[in-house]
Design a protein around this ligand. Sequence first.
Ligand code: NDP
Ligand code: 2IT
Length: 449
Amino acid sequence: MVITMSYIDSIYDKVVLKNPGEKEFHQAVKEVLDSLVPAIDKHPEFKKFKILERIIEPERQFMFRVPWVDDNGEIHVNRGFRVQFNNAIGPYKGGLRFHPSVYLGIIKFLGFEQVFKNSLTGLAMGGGKGGSDFDPKGKSDNEVMRFCQSFMQELFRHIGPDTDVPAGDIGVGGREIGFLFGQYRKIRNDFTGVLTGKGLDWGGSLIRPEATGYGCTYFVQEMLKARGTDFKDKMVAVSGSGNVAQYTVEKINQLGGKCVTLSDSSGSIYDPNGISGERFDFFMDLKQNRRGRIKEYAEKFNVDYFPGKRPWEVKCDIAMPSATQNEIDKNDAQKLVDNGCIAVGEGANMPSTLEAIDIFLEAGVSFGPAKAANAGGVATSGLEMSQNSLRLAWTRDEVDQRLHGIMVNIFKASRDAADKYGAPGNLVVGANVAGFLKVARAMMAQGVI
Ligand code: NDP
Ligand code: 2IT
């Protein structure tokens, strides 16, 4: 164990040295490596074959210029990225993020996480991620379209239905996927399932829009079941108000829970009445159709709005962070624990800092780490790929049942791996080990490449 730890520490040190300034990537690697100590102890062959040294290095990464013209005729230049991290178990798969904070370190952290997440789904998908520092906020539909077309003008040469299949993430939803798909189809003269999250009339899957939020809620339901309880009458703090948050709230309502918070990058709202019924409908219309700010919800229903604040100070039984990375720091985690929070399901990618995770685990909070809890989105993307290959569309119920089954399996696989590798109840260790083992074995079987 001691030898393995110093070996793992030396790999981490090299990652920091070789990827300077990419702090989110360092953090994601650290979480995984620390979890893998017992697995490397048990499987010395992984060390011999330098699986860790290989798995932390992306197989390929692209950075490209994305020039576009705004509605006033002015030219802008953004930077585009696609990192193809690992395709040992299937084509590269992972979303595209359009947000001004995007740089290589963000895309690499997300791509690295995706490798293990996709493995956990049980489907044949490798890991990749991409995006741009383009900010879709405040842009017209035509500006977004011209940006997407320019982005795809370069990306098209690196992707394909058996090579690399992008999807949505922050700032990339149905509208953007439509523009990207249209441009790909035109350039290639191919109608294939090269992107997921497509519209229902042109190859999309039912339940894909709902999948990440529904899946995360199903995962938390399993964690609650293991504690002998359920969502009924539980108060839930949700952050974010985008795709993941929206369908998290919808599913919690269906399961009898009560969501009391939402947020966006400007602030958060607290509605002790619960965001359901007419209030939920207003929220969905505000965010999906009007692209407005969450402050308008507080104004409409006369509830508290906290400018610039995250929603972790309120009393809640369950927290489901669904906005962005590092949105729960150690102080937030301590507040949640002090307020009686018993479960955390990470809808966002890496929303909790490493210190926050330690606080949750030490306090006995049921903690569902992102790569397990939010895997329902990419899992349903995998189901969209299957339907595209079959040239068939499954019903809503069929996709939802498969999604539910996948989330239950991910919970069980993570719980069992945690037990087996000496960390019972620690789903961070469990998810990392279970996701890693499948990819590591595939890499071993396929030789040194
Ligand atoms: P959306 O763009 O639909 O929504 C993002 C939400 O988070 C918005 O409310 C946004 O507020 C808020 N947000 C984004 N960045 C920040 C920030 N830096 N600080 C505060 N708030 C912020 O994205 P998604 O809902 O799709 O993604 C949310 C999270 O879930 C991300 O971490 C993503 O990686 C993860 N995820 C998404 C999946 C998917 O299928 N879409 C699958 C798995 C994980 P504002 O509008 O003000 O920017
Ligand atoms: O982080 C993620 O898993 C996603 N943004 C979804 C990726 C996908 O390919 O559906």
